[in-house]
Design a protein around this ligand. Structure first.
Ligand code: AGP
Length: 607
């Protein structure tokens, strides 16, 4: 997830571009750059690091021309560096492009461009875009861009400028946000509303498949084929701070609602009709069959994702898996050798305990695969292989979209290992792939039920103790639900294997103790239901979570949150969403600081 801006009008462009990028740094901040026209062609200035590094590089000497584009990056393909920063240009420097998204078929396009004689210098997927414009340009920028759109696949919001077309910016949107700011004799385009709010509140919200051609006196919107489209003006009522949160009250709620997109982006380019393709993992079938054991090592929410990963890898790839809390791992003399595969999971990629565990695993001879959300993070640089989650920057301390995309990463890697070992039939693999493709839409369906959960959460205002119970994968998700509630509402919560309650903890269950009973794992459903009845018999208020079509759980609980039906192995990705929302609304109801809960930090870079 990156931030892109464009400006054409009567003011000097660069200060407006930089100001807009500052408002978009929450979307990515590992490098930044601008491109404007000047008398010699296109002036490009870009720098690794936060936006302040770009400002230092720009200084006070830059062209005063009034058209340009800018970008603040959240690296996907290619580590953070000056060279990989946007804008990207073609061979002759006639075009400059900024892009947010993932060009799925960039490798084949890159090879084709090199065969055509183009020189590409960065590691990014984006750089194919200006070279494609260069290839197709025959005097009209709009026509050239339309031809490029016929060649690329994936998610993209991009803005293109040309030194041969000094009075025009062309921007397109496909699966990445883009808004147009409508000024007086000036126009803006940006990934998000905050970037333009200081200049105008009148906007067009572009939809997928739409293009806008900006000149100094017009914003013309068409489809990708060039058919004109009428757009309603959207008047922005938000203030600047609210706008950074996309109109949501907190980053956490915004990030909960970003999960359908984050899940879709993490799947992008990794599924085929034959199963999973993880081009970024360089393990041969022989090497995979060489592994005798897997360790999954992480902290907090990432550790909870590892619990799901254990179940999937053991079920699908038939390799024994241990899941370790990173702060314990290296002090327990783990039995690791060259036949061991270690998976470290870390949203930030900087958690000290997880990084230390990675280094210990490598020292002992293991092959290390990292699952992380930050390109260029320490774990991504030190692991042998990296599976990125494409959740985009996660600002709230409480991890939400990172967790669900970590689960997607665990599903993808579990299938990858099973494919290499031949332990799953093609039919089973295809069934899981089909279910994966439905997840973003199903996650959206769950989010549409947020109001029901908000109402339920209000009953938690004075609650002091809560239990989350489940069996198998439901127990793993119960762990995550318990942490979410604890860390942002300060309500004491515990997750319990449903079958274990009667061995002591049941003594704590009273009418004052709400219990969330998760019952999606149908192989143990009847047993889970009987455990739910045990707590109900102790007068606890019970909220059940089950698949749609379950016609009996409502008889045993006080409330039911129904989920769209998916295969049981994927259920955690949906089950956690109501738990995230419950925690969020309970925290709000109790007046807690949702995005920055007491005593906590987003990334624990100390032991
Ligand atoms: C989860 O909501 C917390 N923010 C915390 O448990 C977090 O998951 C843990 O600190 C691990 O962070 P990492 O994924 O960046 O390594």
């Amino acid at each position: 997830m990156c931030g892109i801006v464009g400006y054409i009008g009567k003011q000097t462009a660069i200060p407006i571009l930089v100001e807009g990028l500052k408002k978009l740094e929450y979307r990515g901040y590992d490098s930044a750059g601008v491109a404007v026209l000047d008398q010699d062609g296109i002036f490009v200035c870009k720098s690794v690091g936060k936006l302040v590094a770009l400002e230092d590089k720009l200084g006070d000497e830059y062209p005063s021309t009034s058209m340009g584009i800018g970008h603040t990056r959240w690296a996907t393909h290619g580590r953070p560096s000056d060279l990989n920063a946007h804008p990207h240009s073609d061979c002759a420097g006639d075009f400059a492009v900024v892009h947010n998204g993932i060009i799925e078929n960039y490798m084949e396009l890159r090879e084709w461009l090199v065969e055509q004689g183009h020189r590409l210098v960065s590691e990014t997927d984006t750089e194919v875009l200006p070279h494609l414009v260069e290839h197709f340009y025959q005097g009209d920028l709009v026509t050239a861009v339309r031809k490029v759109l016929g060649k690329i696949r994936g998610a993209f919001a991009m803005v293109v400028l040309s030194r041969s077309d000094p009075d025009k910016l062309v921007a397109v949107r496909q699966d990445s946000p883009l808004v147009v700011g409508l000024g007086d004799g000036e126009f803006f385009v940006a990934s998000d509303i905050p970037a333009i709010l200081n200049h105008t509140r009148k906007t067009y919200i572009l939809a997928d498949g739409e293009m806008v051609i900006l000149t100094r006196n017009r914003a013309e919107v068409t489809d990708f084929q060039g058919n004109p489209l009428e757009k309603d003006v959207f008047e922005v009522k938000w203030d600047a701070v609210a706008a950074e949160k996309g109109g949501y009250e907190h980053f956490m709620l915004k990030e909960i609602h970003e999960q359908p997109r984050a899940i879709r982006d993490t799947l992008l380019g990794r599924l085929s009709e034959y199963g999973v393709e993880l081009q970024e993992v360089d393990l041969t079938a022989e090497e995979v069959n060489h592994f005798r054991k897997v360790f999954i090592v992480a902290c907090g929410t990432a550790w909870h994702a590892g619990l799901v990963g254990k179940s999937l890898i053991e079920r699908w790839a038939r390799i024994p898996v241990e899941v370790d809390i990173a702060s314990e791992f290296r002090y327990r003399s783990p039995l690791i050798d060259q036949e061991t595969l270690v998976v470290v999971i870390s949203q930030s990629g900087e958690t000290a305990d997880t990084l230390a565990a990675l280094r210990e695993a490598k020292r002992l001879g293991a092959h290390v695969v990292a699952v992380t959300n930050v390109v260029g993070s320490s774990v991504s640089r030190e692991a042998h292989d990296v599976i990125y989650t494409w959740a985009g920057p996660e600002i709230a301390v409480a991890s939400t979209k990172a967790y669900t995309t970590q689960l997607v990463g665990m599903v993808l890697f579990g299938l990858y290992l099973a494919q290499a070992k031949g332990t799953l039939s093609l039919e089973k693999i295809q069934a899981i792939v089909t279910a994966l493709k439905e997840l973003p839409g199903q996650a959206q369906e769950v989010l549409h039920r947020a109001a029901v959960i908000e109402k339920l959460a209000k009953s938690f205002v004075k609650v002091e103790d809560t239990f989350f119970i489940g069996r198998g994968l439901d127990w793993a998700v119960a762990m995550e639900g318990s942490l979410k509630l604890k860390e942002i509402s300060y309500i004491h919560a515990e997750a319990y294997a449903a079958g274990e309650l009667k061995h002591g903890t049941l003594a704590l269950i009273t009418e004052e103790t709400p219990v969330i009973g998760i019952a999606t794992q149908m192989d143990v459903y009847e047993k889970t239901l009987s455990n739910i009845k045990e707590v109900k018999a102790r007068d606890a208020k019970v909220i059940g979570i089950a698949f749609e079509g379950n016609n009996d759980i409502h008889k045993s609980v006080d409330e039911v949150i129904y989920l769209p039906k998916t295969v049981s192995e994927l259920a955690p990705i949906l089950t956690v969403i109501p738990l995230q929302l419950l925690a969020y609304y309970a925290s709000v109801a109790r007046g807690c600081d949702v995005d920055k809960p007491r005593n906590l930090a987003k990334s624990v870079t100390v032991e």
